[in-house]
Write a protein that binds this ligand. Structure first.
Ligand code: ZN
Length: 229
């Protein structure tokens, strides 16, 4: 199995970088708390960790995730064919159900909870991570705010590596896409970190804004949230 996995990564590497020598590859399955895949270059070696939820995936799916990770590593465009294939597989019921079970088993106890009365922030994060980020973002702590703060929708707290969403939105009258939009916005802050000395971090680069426009219900969500405040 491991040999085969290495072969898949080597083939993907060749497709992306036909001329460059292949660095030493270490590919492992890893028990993340959610569907998560990481790639790092360390001392000339490529270290890949795949979610163990992908352990039984067909070769074609592993090839797709290999392409996505390597393209990300070497800043190459991600082929649509591969991204669709990966997304479809992960969205299949089996994987979603398995991920949910694993989350329940591996989830740590916290004082503040991602589980609200209406929405579970971890579930929303994982879903968005799969739909928009190929499952590549490591999930920070997700919590509803303690107070019903209306002045702040949500924020990313780098000191605690936490995304905090105002509890006002944990309400059946709030459409899911509005909560998704707030979380998606904070996920973009995770993806596009900004070095800032102050405690607040809300800088929206052109790249950030372009990516924000990929959220399908952007207009509706903004309208809804504006109406509320
Ligand atoms: Zn912001």
């Amino acid at each position: 199995m491991r040999e085969q996995l290495l072969q898949i990564f080597e083939e993907s590497y060749r497709e992306l970088r036909p001329r460059a020598p292949i660095p030493e590859l270490i590919v492992q399955f890893f028990a993340f708390a959610n569907i998560n895949n990481t790639i790092r270059l360390r001392e000339g070696k490529l270290l890949v960790r795949l979610s163990d939820l992908l352990e039984g995936a067909p070769d074609t799916v592993l090839h797709a995730i290999a392409h996505i990770l390597l393209a990300k590593m070497y800043r190459k465009p991600i082929s649509r064919e591969y991204s669709t294939r990966y997304r479809r597989y992960v969205a299949s019921h089996d994987i979603v159900r398995k991920a949910h079970l694993v989350r329940q088993m591996r989830g740590r106890k916290r004082i503040e909870s991602p589980e609200g009365r209406t929405y579970n922030l971890e579930e929303i994060f994982d879903d968005l991570n799969t739909r928009f980020f190929f499952g590549l973002l490591a999930r920070p702590q997700m919590t509803w705010s303690r107070v019903h703060a209306r002045n702040s929708l949500g924020h990313y707290d780098p000191a605690h590596n936490a995304i905090v969403v105002s509890r006002v939105f944990d309400d059946p009258r709030v459409p899911r896409y509005a909560v998704e939009y707030i979380v998606y916005h904070e996920m973009l802050h995770l993806k596009h970190p900004v070095k800032l000395r102050g405690s607040r971090r809300c800088v929206h680069s052109g790249e950030f804004q372009a990516e924000e426009k990929l959220f399908p219900q952007l207009e509706e969500a903004r309208k809804f949230l504006k109406h509320l405040s």
